[in-house]
Design a protein around this ligand. Sequence first.
Ligand code: AP5
Length: 217
Amino acid sequence: MNLVLLGPPGSGKGTLAKLLSSQLNIPHISTGDILREEAESGTSLGKKVKPFMEKGELVPDQTILEVMKERIRSSECQKGFLLDGFPRNFHQALELDDMLKNSTKSIDMVIKFDVSDDCVLKRLGGRLICSGCGADFNRYTKPPQKDLMCDFCGSQLYQRPDDAQEVILNRLKVYKEQAMPVEKYYNNQGKLRRINAELDPSLILKNVLNILQSKKE
Ligand code: AP5
């Protein structure tokens, strides 16, 4: 199954993708995670994308498309994939279809995460990441037992640079401008399903699995 998770920053795409990926046994491809790894390792790609990410702007299409072409062609994706953070504008959606056409595949379903701006601001403002094992915590929804210390490995927790308030606001603005045509594109193809993304992650997972099941029947 080839799935796309579409939704504003902080809507919970990454959180659900991890749960869904292990349930469906398909890889979770997060463009944000790929780009952050490159930026942290200081590769030439990382140096190129870092200034865009720090401001909450999209990295240039050509750059992300090169990354995704390689991923989608890889053996890892042959049995299906779960895309988190891609496509993010209309051009990327068209290019994705083009990439898949060459291997006679297509997108089966797009899950759209519905969440309010207030919820996004609270979730992202509270997000903390472990510098050691990468575990996700949240001051409001999933607090660590000890302040700024990982429950699993004891390393220091940090805030993602793009989770600063002014950058969150820009990410939301960029999302609203760029993602609406993507939503419309998949809706016109009958592939879009909306979910209430303000529920508990376990309930969201259950709802999404039900949606996927009803497609099969
Ligand atoms: P990316 O990493 O994709 O950022 P994003 O879309 O803004 O996604 P987030 O990771 O912030 O949010 P999420 O929806 O995954 O929520 P999460 O599950 O983490 O992209 C970063 C940057 O990379 C972009 O700004 C851009 O520069 C660049 N980029 C990436 N893709 C690109 C592309 N295709 N084209 C061009 N540029 C690209 O959850 C967030 C928090 O909420 C966590 O603390 C979590 O614990 C909590 N939470 C999640 N779900 C729930 C829930 N149900 N209930 C309570 N708390 C919850």
